[in-house]
Design a protein around this ligand. Structure first.
Ligand code: ADP
Length: 392
């Protein structure tokens, strides 16, 4: 067989969902997994075990591969450079990925491009933080430039003392650099998912609302309800510009804040974060859009024509299953699947408090009803509702 071989770094649920999409397209996915009984290791026929920072492991992974891509951004640039020297395309490239790895690099570039960001500044000392608070107002947000995810690495602070540990680590060179941002008074969080291929074709899905709890995405509503069309157009324009200007290949998620306009105009958007890979805000596309983000990412990194991004139903709601009282989530399937409209995606992970163990999506015509059913299905998978469906 000489089917295209796509090498992927990272063996979590994103690579697991990429695996299904690759199977459908007849592609060979080879995934570097952290452990062979993880989300992807359990389902992939070709999943060598190794770490993203292990150059030898990544070079072995790309041997004979057509392209290297990722399910997370935490791959050292030295490793990416070594892969590029072997002549294997790295998509997105190390230069593009840098903006998703380092929030200081991202903020500097977006500001240079004139894209809407919160007021921000690099901070290295308690004086820097105090000066920023005095200038921009209390509270502000301090972030680690690297290594943060799901809200770890983000603190709302009223004084420099609240980040003295981070400042000490940064000064000693044992922790990441830091930046301060204005605490944006947003009305809700939005996201735009786009895909771009090397030849330049760009497509995007409808703007979604993401509902966060404790810094973790809990629900995604597609499309974002009651979004002003002018705000939607601005969000799409910004996301497309990021993809083009940063030369992103593959799927890009641009997380944004919707901010009320004081002058009475349409709500404004402010960019929060970039992710250059399939993203939680796009899980709804598996069941709710013509082309899923996982299939699209594979198409894009192989420079194949991109698929249609239209929604298949007026509304889709995705709810994450974050932690569970059940040891085995499949115990809840009889009750959850008693609602025939519920689409369940379990990641085959060991249960731990707060961990992303799976998600459910419901699509339909009535947003309130779709949302209730999705929330209820996720609650059942968390073991929070009786295991038998009331109608069964
Ligand atoms: P992570 O990299 O951990 O996902 P984010 O930068 O996305 O971190 O921040 C996590 C959450 O913190 C956001 O979803 C948002 O709710 C909040 N947040 C981040 N930056 C700001 C900001 N400048 N103003 C207000 N809230 C913020």
């Amino acid at each position: 067989m000489s089917e295209p071989v796509v090498a992927v770094v990272g063996g979590g649920q994103l690579a697991r969902m990429m695996t299904s999409a690759a199977t459908a397209l007849g592609l060979h996915l080879r995934v570097l997994v952290e452990q062979d009984d993880g989300a992807t290791g359990r389902v992939s026929a070709d999943a060598p075990v190794g770490l993203a920072g292990d150059e030898d492991a990544v070079l072995a992974l790309v041997d004979g591969a057509d392209v290297l891509t990722f399910e997370h951004e935490h791959v050292p640039s030295t490793v990416l450079a070594a892969v590029a020297r072997r002549g294997v395309p790295v998509r997105p490239s190390a230069a593009a990925l840098h903006h998703a790895q380092d929030k200081l690099v991202m903020r500097a570039r977006l500001t240079e491009l004139g894209l809407p960001c919160p007021r921000w500044a690099p901070v290295g000392t308690a004086d820097d933080v105090a000066r920023f608070l005095a200038e921009v107002g209390r509270p502000c947000v301090v972030k680690t430039a690297r290594g943060g995810y799901d809200g770890k690495g983000v603190r709302l602070v009223r004084d420099a003392g609240a980040v003295s540990d981070w400042l000490a680590d940064a000064a000693a060179g044992t922790g990441p650099a830091l930046l301060a941002e204005e605490a944006v008074a947003f009305s809700r969080e939005l996201a735009v998912l786009v895909a771009r291929r090397p030849s330049g074709e760009v497509v995007s899905w409808p703007v979604v609302e993401s509902v966060q709890r404790d810094g973790v995405c809990e629900q995604v509503i597609a499309p974002a309800p009651d979004l002003d069309p002018r705000t939607a157009a601005a969000a799409q324009r910004v996301a497309r510009m990021v993809a083009e200007q940063l030369d992103v290949v593959g799927v890009l998620a641009v997380e944004m804040f919707e901010v009320p306009d004081m002058a009475g105009g349409p709500p404004q958007i402010v960019v929060n974060e970039l992710a250059m890979r399939p993203h939680n805000c796009g899980h709804w596309t598996i069941d709710g859009a013509v082309t899923s983000q996982f299939e699209q990412h594979l198409r894009a990194v192989l420079d194949l024509p991109l698929g249609a991004t239209a929604a298949r139903a007026p509304w889709s709601v995705m709810v994450n299953v974050l932690g569970s009282d059940l040891d085995d989530l499949t115990d809840a399937l009889p009750a959850v699947l008693a609602d025939p409209e519920v689409k369940v995606h379990l990641y085959g992970k060991q249960v731990r408090p707060g961990r992303k163990l799976g998600h459910v999506t419901v699509c339909g015509d009535d947003l309130a009803q779709v949302r209730t059913r999705a929330v209820e299905a996720a609650a059942r998978l968390r073991g929070e509702l009786p295991r038998t469906h009331p109608t069964s």
